[in-house]
Write a protein that binds this ligand. Sequence first.
Ligand code: SAM
Length: 462
Amino acid sequence: MALYSAAASVLAGLERGEGGLKSLVYNSGFAHVRQLYALVSETLRYAPVLEKLLDGASLLQAEKKLPPQLAKVLVYDLLFGKGVKCGGRWKALVRRHRARLEAELARMKVRLKVSRNEDLLAPEQAVSPTATQVPRYVRVNTLKTCVDDVIDFFKRQGYSYLGKAVSLEELKALSGKKFLLDLHLPELLVFPSQTDLHDNLLYTSGHIILQDKASCLPAFLLDPAAGSHVIDACAAPGNKTSHLAAILKNKGQIFAFDVDPKRVATTNTLLTRAGVTGCQLAQQDFLTVDPRDPKYSRVTHILVDPSCSGSGMVTRVPGEEAPSAERLQALAGFQRRVLSHALSFPALQRLVYSTCSLHQEENEDVVQSVLQDWGSAFRLVTTFPSWPCRGLAVFPGAESCLRASPAETLTHGFFVAVLELCREGAAAPSSLPAAVKENLGEGTEPGLAPRKRKKKKQRVKE
Ligand code: SAM
């Protein structure tokens, strides 16, 4: 499906109350979900302005077959976005009205005595200054190319390469067709935030992956050696899976799971495009994967990046409310179960838990509670000491975790914890904890309260 039609049907779905923005975007079947998410959320942000412009230019009266949602998306991109690039007959149609729409926009600015598009937005819809500072990050896919070749390619396309950054200030100051090598991650290039590379040959051929810097941390910190067996528990759409494959140099084995069939299909496409081999992708609830299956007996590394509230995503959408306390509790319960299940794989050495949430309930609290359940079998590892933003000090050692935010790290909001098997004085429990047996449907009823679960755990041990 074309970008604009996909965006229009997400808008229509939102108006009909068929779901939230994220779920509608991910269920749209459109391959480039981030591009679609960005277009829809920006269109929503500008919706009050767009409605006035459409009225003023009488666009919907003149073009009776143009659905209003599609009109909004097209006019957003024409006047405030990247300029309508694809779109076939709709592109031609909206361009015919360009002069009228531009004149209407100019009149609106004069009326409101403003000069910038952003100033047309109500204060609560204007992007926070921090959000506009998040650059466009480009991960070089080392399965297909190398950093030097990608730098040369962009130079030939007229971009100026400024070398390796030494401070976040340099990233913040990027503008025009300039780019840098990131100061923290070795295979990450940094462009100004407005840079759109979705149509770039390197992207469409899988040589580069458009991935926020914070979302590159989990695979980078899991750091499995080439040849390792690795599980990606909640894999779709697969950016971290392909990053893991690149770190493994396609040597070893990745078992990737996701419960959502549409997202699994998208993941399959993305992994193929990225040249990932040695990955078994399954549409399966990770909680039903049996850790004792001999297939997983060599799994030493696991990445757990489960569904979360997404409160760290910087694109603020009008009408999108903060998650309720009940929703956060439900998410945290699920996250604890997934994390605990992952810790029960018998050969596990190292695990990364991550979310794109800012809520302590989904982050430090989940890690603390699961570590408590596992006694002294696993410990939090302090990694990346130079990373400027650490976990909230809500339990001893929580500062070992990493946090990320637009203001402090120029990224989306994110949380990462690295756990390792303790080598001395403690071994992983010899039998599976009750919560894990429960996941596998072995004699306990689903949804037990934690206290009851503990009782069952004792019974299992007896
Ligand atoms: N790691 C992914 C990446 O970097 O591209 C993003 C993962 S996204 C935050 C969370 C994913 O967890 C969703 O795709 C969702 O379908 C999946 N999920 C939710 N419940 C699951 C379960 N029980 N088992 C496996 N996957 C699940």
